[in-house]
Design a protein around this ligand. Sequence first.
Ligand code: ADP
Ligand code: TRP
Length: 323
Amino acid sequence: MARILTGIQSTGTPHLGNILGAIKPAIDLANDPLNDSFLFIADMHSLTQIKDGERLRNNTYAVAATWMACGLDTSRSVFYRQSDVPEVTELAWYLQCLFPYSRMTLAHSFKDKSERLEDVNAGLFSYPMLMAADILLYNAEKVPVGKDQMQHLEMTRDVASRFNHKFGETLVLPEVLTSELTMYVPGTDGGKMSKSQDNTINIFDDAATLKKVINKQLVTDATPLEDPKDPDSAVVYKLYKLVASESDAQEMAAALRAGGYGWGHAKKALVEALVDGFASERTRYNELISNREEIDVALAQGAERARAVASEVLSRVRGKIGY
Ligand code: ADP
Ligand code: TRP
């Protein structure tokens, strides 16, 4: 049994890239009976960028509904909202007092964000220590994250060792879990699908909206309908391959290579694959988001279970420090 923990920033409705690249693989890990998992919505980290309470709340619901609609079993996993267990900020403070300022200044993600964002606040700077507290507060052993978060995991291990060295063995050093095989989902413009690029596909949209997005935004070249086409260089095919069955994908590839099959046909097939392939997720998402009570109940239950672990670890930490 390994304790897996990961946090999800709440910055809006997750897109197809987030779902295939991060959410579905994490749900598979969480639903694996060999793991004991903690999954939380990092809404305190989101405050570094979003200062509007309603937006913060709505984003949390959109993210929670996505995880639940995509099959997360919230009775098995501890699924909670970071701000429901504010003990994490106390641990973050202790960690900040142990971690050298000079090392904090080496964080790549802060450098990157401080060049891009207008609101460069101190929370953005201390972000990695809140993340370390998220992990250490729950004795996490394995933390699945994208490559961009690896340095934060190194900082977490570093500050945990410093704590253990100074006050005696207390905190569990987590291991990072990154998959080399992480799926790459292209956006409608052919670049990486990303919420900052206006090239996303929202699988929860209705059929008419999906049709409009794919027809208007998805790039294709000017090869005439009759001509043979190379499927592997076409965004529409790359996306279709990710969402359709293997045999349907092979059929489309063959039709494109043969000629007489146009981009319009391929787009129509992609829309159908998105509409049908995510039909149950879409129904469930809409159900959850239109009556948030079920989400509230799941998150409240998660908060209670998370808190039981957090308060035990925190009281050990306080004792070791000498309070
Ligand atoms: P965005 O690029 O939209 O801002 P994030 O950086 O918040 O997305 O990523 C959240 C998670 O989703 C990360 O684990 C990331 O690896 C995954 N992810 C984001 N975009 C894609 C994509 N186009 N293909 C595969 N995985 C993705
Ligand atoms: N910083 C992570 C991200 O942007 C989200 C996160 C916050 C997280 N706390 C965490 C991930 C703890 C793993 C563990 O994706």
